[in-house]
Design a protein around this ligand. Structure first.
Ligand code: MLC
Ligand code: AMP
Length: 505
């Protein structure tokens, strides 16, 4: 008998469909409202109808630059259910940045904050995309969903079909869309749920943004897979976290979360009595922070390491020794090797080299950039992370630096090249070098060294204005230095390490 071969939608079927009948609590929002798992599944179906009515077909992109609301999470589930590719954007991005992503990804639907609607409509017009708003009084998407049916026929998607496209800046300046498949996301969520023993008994404090791997996949996919409860906080709010701690078991954050908690005297051991696990990642956690945290609370932070292109790569163990300053062992199903950055030759334990990673977690390449993909993803399946590390005989990884020119501020990546390219075009600027210096709150902070053209004295207010118009606030240099020339090595390469050392204070 001939019949339709059922492919099913592997991520939706694993993360969302099992909760269809559930009356267990899922999202606890800032306004005190709670959404059960069953209600969440029904809400996602309603939004999936809106997407389909707006023309979404399998493989189409849904761009989302929206506040962190329960409907934003349901929109993610709806995009999966309707077979679309979810493309979340940092809410701090400027119109100019968003314009690039939209022209590159050619979405069918764009969902934005109602305050950005007018600007987004101008960009969307060129791309021929439908625009909906989320949040604010108009709340277009939510209203459109309200009277839709609560059941939606899930669109088939196989393991290699794309579930999400996450843009990540590059050392060449242009942002690249990392293509993440259903299997990439599901395999990683499964590995983390097993490793960190996340269950429906867990109550997660979710204060991360939901437009990056950490908040969207590490925190949410694992919660959905395990059926855990999530205290969804719209922004990082120290008071709200302190209030939520006694009733929670799990916190996932960037190191800034932990330094901010430690800086507050109200953060005590008593407050963390019910907590099971504190996870840190996205940026290096200082060993001092790790130790101070243990002294204050008795908990050892579990540090893990990942990337947009690879999801999570390594983790310190849940049981066993969590060593400050190390990122632990490769996740089950993930291979890590250390290679010579020049030759690609495999290095023995104890030698510093490029961290390369292979496994189901590794992305499918960069959107529309086959050349870039080939440069960073070997034919053997190993991805070059750009991070420098060292591995012990038993496999434990320590990150010792970066081969890529990257600044990580409060967990956000900032590529100096993107800022330098803008600075170098400004009249009166001969050249520039952007680099990071240590910062007590954000880990690193951005500094721009500018060499004026001979006879010019640059108009700093104008320079700041140009950067502000083009770049998200978190990328703006916090300090500027005027130099007669940039330090260079004998090959003529700018020595950013010299700048970093000279201006560290
Ligand atoms: C906010 N600002 C930042 C900033 N965040 N500046 C530099 N770096 C940042 N990360 C700006 C604000 O615009 C504001 O500007 C000023 O700094 C003070 O803001 P704030 O109120 O103190 O910031 P806050 O809203 O509290 O945000 C700080 C933060 C946030 C650390 C909570 O940045 C954050 O949520 N970071 C997490 C990023 C993340 O999720 N990364 C994961 C990437 S995935 P003004 O105008 O007042 O001067 C990944 C893979 C992996 O890396 O392994 O996980
Ligand atoms: P992103 O491109 O935003 O996904 O950022 C990924 C980068 O963040 C990695 O390549 C690392 O440089 C850095 N990173 C993530 N986790 C850690 C960690 N635990 N320690 C040090 N760096 C980290």
């Amino acid at each position: 008998m001939q019949g339709k071969i059922s492919v099913t939608n592997i991520l939706y079927d694993a993360l969302i469909a099992p909760h269809e009948e559930s009356t267990a609590s899922f999202l606890h929002c800032d306004d005190g409202s709670t959404l059960t798992y069953g209600a969440f599944v029904r809400r996602a179906a309603q939004i999936a109808h809106v997407l389909r009515d707006a023309g979404i077909r399998p493989g189409d992109r849904v761009v989302v630059q929206a506040p962190k609301l329960s409907d934003t999470i349901a929109l993610y589930a709806a995009a999966l259910q309707s077979g679309a590719i979810y493309l979340p954007l940092n809410t701090a991005y400027t119109q100019s940045e968003v314009g690039y992503f939209i022209s590159d990804a050619q979405p069918t639907v764009i969902v934005c904050d109602s305050t950005d609607e007018a600007q987004i409509r101008i960009i969307a017009g060129d791309a021929g995309a439908r625009v909906f708003t989320l949040g604010g009084r108009s709340g277009g998407l939510s209203r459109a969903a309200d009277d839709k049916p609560e059941i939606f026929p899930t669109v088939d998607r196989g393991p290699d079909d794309l579930a999400a496209l996450l843009y990540t800046s590059g050392t060449t300046g242009r942002s690249k869309g990392a293509m993440l498949s259903h299997n990439n996301l599901l395999s990683n969520a499964g590995a983390l749920v097993d490793l960190w023993e996340i269950t429906r008994e867990d109550r997660l404090i979710h204060a991360l943004p939901v437009f990056h791997t950490h908040g969207l996949f590490v925190a949410l996919n694992t919660s959905l897979l395990a059926g855990a409860q999530v205290r969804l906080m719209q922004t990082f709010d120290l008071d709200a976290i302190l209030n939520a701690l006694p009733g929670s078991t799990l916190l996932m954050g960037v190191p800034t979360f932990y330094t901010r908690l430690l800086a507050d005297d109200r953060f005590t051991k008593a407050l963390t009595g019910n907590m099971r696990l504190f996870v840190s990642g996205s940026a290096p956690l200082l060993a001092d922070t790790h130790k101070e945290f243990e002294t204050r609370t008795g908990h050892r932070i579990l540090e893990r390491y990942g990337m947009t292109e690879t999801n999570m790569i390594t983790s310190n163990p849940l049981h066993g020794e969590r060593i400050a300053g190390t990122v632990g062992y490769p996740l089950p199903g993930t291979q890590v090797r250390i290679t010579n950055p020049e030759t690609g030759e495999h290095l023995p334990a104890g030698e510093i080299g490029m961290i390369e990673v292979r496994g189901d977690n590794v992305f499918r390449g960069y959107w529309n950039m086959p050349k870039k993909t080939a440069e960073e993803l070997r034919e053997t399946g190993f991805f070059l992370t750009g991070d420098l590390g060292i591995q012990t005989e038993d496999g434990r990884i320590t990150i010792v630096g970066r081969a890529k020119d990257l600044i990580i501020s409060g967990g956000y990546n900032i590529y100096p090249k993107e800022i330098e390219d803008i600075l170098n075009e400004i009249e009166g600027v001969d050249e520039s070098a952007v680099f990071g210096i240590p910062h007590p709150d954000f880990g690193e902070s951005v500094v721009a060294a500018i060499v004026p053209e001979p006879g010019h004295s640059p108009d700093m207010a104008a320079i700041k204005g140009i950067l502000e118009a083009q770049l998200a606030r978190f990328k703006h240099p916090r300090d500027y230095i005027l130099l007669e020339e940039l330090p260079r090595n004998t090959m003529g390469k700018v020595q950013k390490n010299v700048l970093r050392q000279s201006y560290a204070d």
